[in-house]
Ligand binder design. Sequence first.
Ligand code: AMP
Length: 421
Amino acid sequence: MTYKSIKGTKDLLPSESWKWQWVEGKIRDVMLVFNFREIRTPVFEETPLFSRSIGELTDIVSKEMYSFQDRSGDSLSLRPEMTASVVRAYIQHSLGEQFPLVKVYYIGPMFRQERPQAGRLRQFHQFGAEAIGAQNPTLDVEMIALAIAVYEALGLKKTALRINSVGCENCRPAYKELLKQSLWKVRDELSLDSQRRLESNPLRVLDSKAEEDQRAIVGIPLLRDHLCADCLAHINGVIDGLKDLGISYEEDGRLVRGLDYYTKTAFEIISKDLGAQDALTGGGRYDLLTEELGGKRTPGIGFAAGMERLMTVLEKQKLIPDGDKRITLFIAALGREAQRWAMKQALELRRRGLSVELDFLDRSLKSQMREADRLQARYVMIVGENEMMNRTVTVKTMETGEQKSVAFADVTSFVDTSGND
Ligand code: AMP
């Protein structure tokens, strides 16, 4: 019996993980300069947290959530996204009382039982940020600027920002009715998925990728023409702010988000180097969510960005630098005594921050040298019976082939001054 990873999940092997670490480092640097601090919440939560916030009728909750009963009979779910967890933590720990504006970011795995296809995984990773406590459109601009700054720091090209307003509890219900009426008129031309959504979640019909839907909804009324004065002023404020920062954007009246809790600003950053699943980042404002989850009404805005898709684009655009995976020193030891000396010496040098490897497989000198080559060690130290007797080692500088005899007592300073360069 052998086992395989579950469909839609991926192992991140050492040959790849350093790339993720590099990208994550860049993300953390940018988050810090924007004064966002990391939050880590559990990967599972009570199921109602997600069904309540994301919405019972959304695809995520109705079809994709990994929900299960634990042994005490409680319904738990693996998180399909982070905003609900962040808002739960915000309320639970009264963060709003400590900080008037809470700015947090996260990087971590999310879980959705989607049909596996290119760009869609069942365990995928997102980085994202949430800012809770302000209604001002400048905060929307800050979030968009933050997402773009991350991509800029990574050198990403060919991205585009789309922006829209999805209204609020004052203007959206009437528009939804109007939309439903208009969609009923073209119902037969819509895809089956959209026909199903027509009653439950008509806004989602607008951003359907199916060609027949796109054809059918030409000329359908858009929310931006039916926004209340407050929502209109807000989106105009956001757009002014984007202009001030020289951020180019495209207004997309059909952009909606798959989650119920969004209000006002919705945005997406896409990459022209991705296929059908071209969204790198999705975000928006959620002014009602805190209250919906039992807290005080507090406006907030956030975004989430797919890591796997980002990695795909970074690879495509050749933006990941060659990682320096070389080790500094390989100690080739022959015989029990030499191995014991090598272990001690390695530990001492490692404590000084040098990367050191040695042989654990009782290999011959020749095959240890081959291993040192494979690891691209800068230096190889050879210790055999003779060396143990003379209390010296032979140190070979791999690049030049030069060999030197160094006394045991001088080994540390010899390698130290040569360094981890
Ligand atoms: P969402 O939470 O659905 O708005 O997704 C935000 C971002 O996460 C998307 O723009 C994608 O980059 C990424 N994403 C969402 N679902 C998946 C998935 N199943 N597999 C890989 N990436 C995903």
